[in-house]
Design a binder for this molecule. Sequence first.
Ligand code: ATP
Ligand code: MG
Length: 225
Amino acid sequence: MVKVVSTINLKGGVGKTMMTIALAEFLSIEHKKKVLLIDLDPQTNATVSLMGETAWLTKDQRGETLLQLFKDKLEKTSKFDIKRAIVKKASNIAGGIGTLDLLPSSLGLIDIQDSLPLIPAGRFYVTSPVTILKEAISPVLDDYDFVLVDCPPNLGIITLNGIFISDYYLIPCIPDILSTYGIPQILSRVDNFKRETKIGISPLGIVISMYRAQSKLHNLNSAIF
Ligand SMILES: Nc1ncnc2c1ncn2[C@@H]1O[C@H](COP(=O)(O)OP(=O)(O)OP(=O)(O)O)[C@@H](O)[C@H]1O
Ligand SMILES: [Mg+2]
């Protein structure tokens, strides 16, 4: 059975993307698992790291990124094709990892993300704005052992699409006051969303991504732990 894990934190720059990529490569190479990394972040950091900018630009122009999926729902089109969008043999390690695939993001999501909550539930063939990714990904989910979802630093509609398909979520963080401040908020927001939508997501834990021994700010006693 496939396991879907989202990487979430409201705080930016705490290592969400690096951890998701590292986990994807580790599970693929060391554990020989079939992994799909879904890049939900319009910053496209995971996408560009795993497939390179030139190949990504071509795919984006062809409508083979997540931008097209969400645009379809706003424009009542159905151009997005999940099998064409998925990049096989992703990663910049050794020319690509055979068991690691990528569903790429797009900078264009920045322009449309504020319109997504306005898609009314039931309109066209969309059940709800938070189930768009689930409907697209369902036909390929069982091809994988793990699906890892790199989320942007917010709990907007795009992130909720990732949470909606997830069995678990991980919270990477830096162990200082400011980086841990929003964690209780994440736990309660995800919990409320879980109750409202009757999904089965559970927290996997908080993972310290970056620690500087010489920084007083990174003194574990001063953080919330
Ligand atoms: N374990 C680590 N050790 C050192 N540097 C790291 C580590 N993890 C991430 N970084 C660096 O920290 C910066 C932020 O990391 P990353 O982009 O993964 O954070 P993020 O939480 O995904 O950010 P965003 O919220 O913008 O998506 C990057 O420059 C990355 O290279
Ligand atoms: Mg990131």
